[in-house]
Write a protein that binds this ligand. Structure first.
Ligand SMILES: [Zn+2]
Length: 1201
């Protein structure tokens, strides 16, 4: 080994070489190797011509003397744990230490001559280190299998730091080894063997391994894993020189190799080029993943440039953490290298990591990490293992999803969410227990993956696929729920005797006699409620924790044997009944118990005199995906709510609900208020049942007084409003209305129906008779407790004694203002109605006096023996405008409307009278389904646009400028539909609809194209060929088949030409008048529908059905023509032309959205925001679809409309 010294060049520091120690031999050899670089000028010259041409890394002239401005590749790729100057043990026989720049990363301990060197003198895999030992004098030993390296630090502190980090690395790499996670070149090398490195006499054992080339002194060293240096091939370039020589050039050095044979050279070149390619491609994945800044540091310990990832957990981490992840097993963490597991990294997976990334994933995984448990770059293996196990296997630090613990809801939420692009939410759902393989209730898309696929959510598909078999974090479910929702209540102490029955698993239907109760000493203390045999006993018979209580219900007095009873519901579906005869004792207990389980955030509820209080899960407009926890209490007909994440309590007046229903399939109570819908979920059966019953009872007509009825927004009892509307629509021309008696049994039945749930009663012509309805109204007022005029009825009656009319009026005025709110509203509405009735007395014979005779005794609930009551009514109707301060213009409009309705109905052929022609009309939204129906009152003046907005408003559907929502008249039998023009009045359409027809609201997708087409035309007219068929047969049977005809549509008529020969003339000379058309129809008599019924076998699917309605009323002639176009565009153009001509060029309102605010009847309740798109009823699937639509377009608000 004499050559070693011969090549030595003294460096700035004196160094002594020795041939005595093995270790030093290596160093010496490296010195030799180093020394090559010192002399590089000599051998670079003859390479310069080659290396400058093709390498992008090399400077054009000479060789770089210092590292290029580019980042050190080793630091780019491998995170350095610790580096610094250390003295390496002196060669034997010498006392002078060698100063070395030492770098430690997760994989290797290396040392260099200077901190600027890129290629080490020694590289020791941490996996080959067997021990790190303190040996005094700031020295420590790094022990490998057969060699020991001695280092000396400058201080004890420095030394112990090195020892600590080295030890933890050693531990880490051992774990990896034991788990077969090894990067030992021995395993994966592509090419190895001896190569001569120019300038060195001895050959080096060279290994091309993945994206690196390693240089060893010998095969023995290679076996031991102790090398000279490694070359990152991502900065390499291979050049063939002459003969057996080739160069590996890097920005820092050129390695000039000589192979043993030319054949071997070819193999080496190929292997190294492959290595470069691999390095570059591996680097590519890593670079892309790192392009997200959060991915540039380890998700667990913060180490820079993490090269590993758990492809199912969505986190990127460093090598040392990777070892611990491996330890969790692939069912918890699927560990892959960013650089080596190239095939894994599909585009979707990369995108998933760019979407999730460490930051967002950690928002879930590391939402609650106590600082004391957090990892650092320097954390030991033991600390890493503990932390990573807690984080991913136990889910200890995760952010609990609000649905945590509710499997069904989690699954449901997952199914909804995978249709959106929110992968973070999916991550949270899946790792809080949502089943990746759960059933979606959709046979076509049976699992969430299929759903996501169907909705084109590739990242969701990728994430779900990676987690198909993932083991969920295991931790205590109960504890988790408590930590999220339960807030420790103030410690309440209360005790005393109560009477108690055995706990039950079903609601109590029957009265419990006193004998079923036992006397118990009850103690409420520190969140525990316990009951004892007596106050002398030390051991309780039983009890429950306050945090287990989900509901407390106070029964009305005398429900059971004991006068005052209350029920406690536990979350384990048990019901406990307690009672006492003493109202104060009962009250005290109720208050104390409520106080101990209601959290501080909802304590405002405790101030109320509730009948029921507890927690329920709910969904509302803004958040349909996930249900949340709310605290509810019921007081009379008011439901008070403290909703999660809202800092105030809300009150719902249950009697004013527009709708209240239970979705039986999934136990959801649906409360529809104007402007908001609340879904209360049956998380548990028992207390939900109690709530549902109580809420339904409270929402019904709870009593016999006016104010206890179900009310409209305007505070009018629903029954009164519905009866008045029906009578206005169908009864004003009915002779003797309100005087005729109707059928008693029907009246009683209808009244009963109203009393049960007025909201659900929709009066319809044909089903209900005018005289029955009018009598229901009368009977309602006659029976109502306290009467319409309340306690001051006598004062109203005595006012009639005043002979001075103006004094009487002001007295009525005063009395009116003293009436309760509901009475005022009701009286005003009724008098308005009666005023209208008598205005049409020429038709119905009910003049002022006649009405007063009927309504006086009814409203004052008198026997009618004196006429005082009648006189009051007479006055009220006669002076209606003055007493009630009525806007006369409004009144006139109302009367005009009624006149219009009457005229309209007169014109209708009574025999062909519409069965569904209701004043209250059913309109469908998007689809004809029961769940999509809306009952709309159609005033005579309502236009199609107003109806459209009314329904969109009700359903709170956001509309954008180019959403062409349109009201269609759909005929199922004819298989046709016609978009109503926006200015078209709806009521006549409604009245003309046959049983096969209905109104449907949907987007008119052709509108945009039609507007574009029309916009391009100067003069709106159209001519061209269509296939034509006529239906002359009045029975609707088809005659003949479709024939080609030439049509000309001008602004007055549609003309049909049979003789095709004339067409040329027509088009060329425009001498249209000289050609008599075969047919000609005035355009104003035509109604054009999309579609032709299939029975007629239209030759294309682009058909139009044209109905010709003769102007001569008496003929009632309706003829059908069928026109078929070759393309959709053709059809659209014809239709657009029809529409434009028929409506004077106004096909769509110029400022559609602006027209909407004017059409709004009442401002929406904005308490819960205006963003919500909720089906009033319907299955989970329908809710899902709405949510999906909502997610797709959350910003389409009405607010700006
Ligand atoms: Zn880490």
């Amino acid at each position: 080994m004499a050559y070693k010294t011969s090549l030595m060049v003294p460096k700035e520091k004196p160094r002594y070489n020795s041939i005595c120690s093995d270790d030093e031999l290596l160093d010496d050899e490296m010195d030799c190797y180093e020394s090559i670089s010192e002399k590089r000028g000599s051998w670079i010259d003859d390479l310069a011509s080659i290396s400058t041409q093709n390498s992008i890394y090399l400077p054009t002239r000479g060789f770089v003397s210092a590292p290029p401005p580019r980042e050190d590749p080793s630091s780019t790729l491998i995170a350095v744990i610790k580096m610094g100057w250390l003295d390496k043990n002196p060669p034997q026989g010498s006392l002078i230490y060698q100063r070395r720049w030492v770098k430690l990363d997760a994989e290797y301990l290396r040392y260099f001559d200077t901190e600027k060197d890129v290629y080490s003198k020694r590289i020791i895999p941490t996996s080959s280190i067997t021990g790190v030992i303190n040996v005094g004098d700031q020295k420590f030993e790094v022990v490998t299998h057969n060699r020991t390296f001695l280092f000396r630090a400058e201080s004890d502190a420095e030394r112990s730091e090195w020892v600590t980090v080295l030890k933890s690395c050693v531990g880490a790499s051992r774990t990896q080894q034991s788990l077969d996670l090894t990067f030992n070149p021995c395993v994966t090398s592509e090419m190895k063997g001896y190569l001569e490195l120019r300038g060195l006499r001895s050959k080096l054992y060279t290994v091309v391994c993945a994206d690196k080339v390693f240089l060893y002194k010998s095969t023995e060293d290679y076996r031991l894993g102790i090398g000279i240096t490694s070359i990152d091939m991502n900065v390499g370039n291979v050049k063939e020189v002459a003969g057996r020589a080739f160069d590996l050039t890097t920005p820092y050095r050129i390695f000039s190799f000589v192979a043993d044979t030319e054949q071997l050279k070819d193999q080496w070149v190929e292997a190294m080029r492959d290595s470069i390619a691999e390095a570059l491609s591996n680097y590519e994945v890593a670079e892309r993943i790192w392009s997200l800044p959060a991915n540039q540091i380890c998700a667990d310990c913060g180490t820079a440039k993490p090269e590993w990832a758990a492809i199912n957990l969505g986190v990127v981490f460093c090598k040392r953490c990777a070892g611990e992840h491996r330890g969790l097993g692939p069912s918890v963490s699927k560990v892959r290298s960013l650089k080596m597991d190239k095939k894994v990294w599909t585009e979707d997976l990369i995108q998933l990591f760019l979407t999730l990334g460490n930051e967002r994933a950690n928002e879930f995984w590391a939402a609650n990490v106590p600082p004391s448990e957090a990892l650092m770059v320097s954390s030991s293996s033991e600390e890493r293992r503990r932390f990573i196990t807690a984080k991913y296997r136990e889910g200890k630090y995760r952010r609990y999803h609000p649905l945590f613990g509710n499997q069904r809801e989690l699954n449901n939420a997952l199914c909804i969410n995978v249709q959106s692009n929110d992968v973070c939410e999916t991550l949270a759902l899946v790792f809080c227990g949502a089943d990746v393989n759960c059933d979606t209730d959709d046979p076509d898309l049976p699992c969430p993956i299929a759903l996501a696929q169907y909705h084109g959510q590739n990242l969701q598909v990728e994430f779900l696929t990676q987690n198909r078999n993932t083991e969920l974090p295991r931790s205590e479910v109960d504890v988790a729920i408590d930590t999220v929702h339960y807030m420790a209540p103030p410690s309440i102490t209360h005790n005393g005797f109560l009477f108690k029955t055995g706990s039950m698993a079903r609601p109590i239907a029957e009265k419990k006699g006193k004998e079923e109760f036992s006397r118990r000493w009850c103690v409420l203390n520190d969140g525990h409620f316990s009951y004892y045999e007596s106050d002398k006993n030390a051991t309780p018979n039983g009890g429950l924790k306050m945090k287990e209580i989900v509901c407390l219900a106070v029964n009305p007095p005398e429900t059971h044997g004991y006068d005052h009873t209350f029920e406690l519901y536990s979350d384990s579906e048990r019901l406990y009944l307690f009672g006492t005869d003493n109202p104060e004792i009962a009250h005290e207990w109720v208050k104390s118990i409520a106080k101990s389980f209601i959290p501080v955030t909802a304590e405002v509820l405790l101030l109320k005199d509730f009948q029921r209080i507890g927690r329920l899960r709910y969904k509302d407009g803004l958040n349909l995906e996930t249900s949340r926890l709310g605290w509810f209490c019921l007081v009379g007909s008011n439901l008070h709510i403290c909703l999660e994440q809202q800092n105030r309590d809300e009150t719902i007046d249950l009697q004013k609900l527009l709708e209240l229903s239970i979705q039986p399939d999934n136990d959801v109570l649906v409360l529809v208020e104007r402007g908001r819908t609340l879904y209360i979920e049956g998380e548990r059966k028992l207390d939900f049942q109690g709530w549902a019953t109580a809420i339904q009872r409270a929402a019904g007509s709870s009593g016999d007084t006016l104010s206890l009825q179900q009310l409209t927004e305007a505070d009018i009892p629903v029954i009164v409003e519905r009866c008045i509307h029906f009578t206005t629509q169908y009864g004003l021309t009915s002779e003797g209305i309100y005087r005729k008696s109707g059928v008693n049994s029907r009246i009683a039945a209808l009244l009963e129906e109203f009393r049960r749930d007025a909201r659900c009663v929709w009066l319809k012509e044909g089903e209900h008779q005018v005289d029955d309805v009018s009598n229901v109204l009368k009977r309602f007022f006659r029976d109502i407790e306290e009467g319409l005029f309340g306690q001051q009825a006598d004062n109203w009656l005595s006012t009639t004694g005043c002979s001075d009319e103006s004094m009487r009026i002001s007295q009525y005025n005063l009395l009116f203002s003293n009436l309760p709110r509901v009475n005022q509203a009701t009286l005003r509405a009724l008098m308005n109605h009666l005023y209208c009735v008598q205005r049409f007395s020429d038709l119905n014979q009910m003049n002022l006096h006649n009405l007063a005779i009927v309504f006086g005794p009814t409203l004052f609930q008198t026997d009618g023996k004196d006429y005082n009551a009648g006189r009051v009514i007479e006055d009220l109707i006669q002076h209606y405008v003055t007493i009630f301060d009525v806007n006369e213009q409004q009144l006139k409009r109302q009367l005009d409307e009624i006149t219009y309705i009457i005229k309209l109905r007169e014109n209708l052929n009574p025999k062909a009278g519409p069965a569904s022609g209701d004043f209250i009309c059913t309109v469908y939204l998007e689809e004809k389904r029961e769940t999509a129906e809306q009952h709309v009152k159609i005033p005579a003046t309502m236009t199609a646009a107003e109806l459209t907005f009314e329904i969109l408003d009700r359903r709170k559907i956001g509309v954008k400028e180019k959403d062409y929502w349109c009201c269609f008249e759909v005929n199922d039998k004819e298989e046709t539909e016609r978009p109503l023009h926006y200015q078209e009045k709806v009521l006549p359409i409604v009245h003309s609809l046959g049983t096969d027809s209905y109104l449907l609201l949907k987007k008119y997708f052709s509108m945009e194209a039609m507007l574009v087409y029309l916009g391009s035309k100067v003069e709106v007219s159209k001519h061209g060929m269509m296939k034509f068929k006529e239906e002359r047969n009045l029975l609707g049977l088809s005659t003949g088949s479709f024939h080609d005809r030439y049509f000309i549509l001008t602004n007055t008529s549609l003309r049909l030409y049979k003789d095709v020969r004339n067409l040329q003339k027509l088009q060329n000379s425009e001498l249209q008048c000289s050609n008599r058309p075969e047919r000609e129809w005035p355009i104003k008599c035509l109604k054009v529908y999309h579609g032709i019924k299939k029975k007629l076998r239209p030759p294309t699917c682009w058909g139009l059905t044209v109905i010709y309605e003769s102007e001569k009323q008496e003929k009632q002639e309706r003829q059908h023509w069928y026109l078929c176009c070759d393309t959709q565009t053709e059809m659209r153009e014809w239709f657009a032309t029809f529409m434009s001509i028929q409506n004077g060029g106004r096909v769509w309102p110029a400022e559609w959205l602006k027209s909407r605010s004017a059409s709004r009847s009442a401002p929406l309740d904005s308490r819960f925001g205006n963003v919500s798109l909720i089906p009033l009823r319907g299955s989970e699937n329908e809710m899902r679809n709405s949510v999906a639509a909502f997610t797709a377009d959350p910003l389409a608000l009405f607010r700006n409309a």
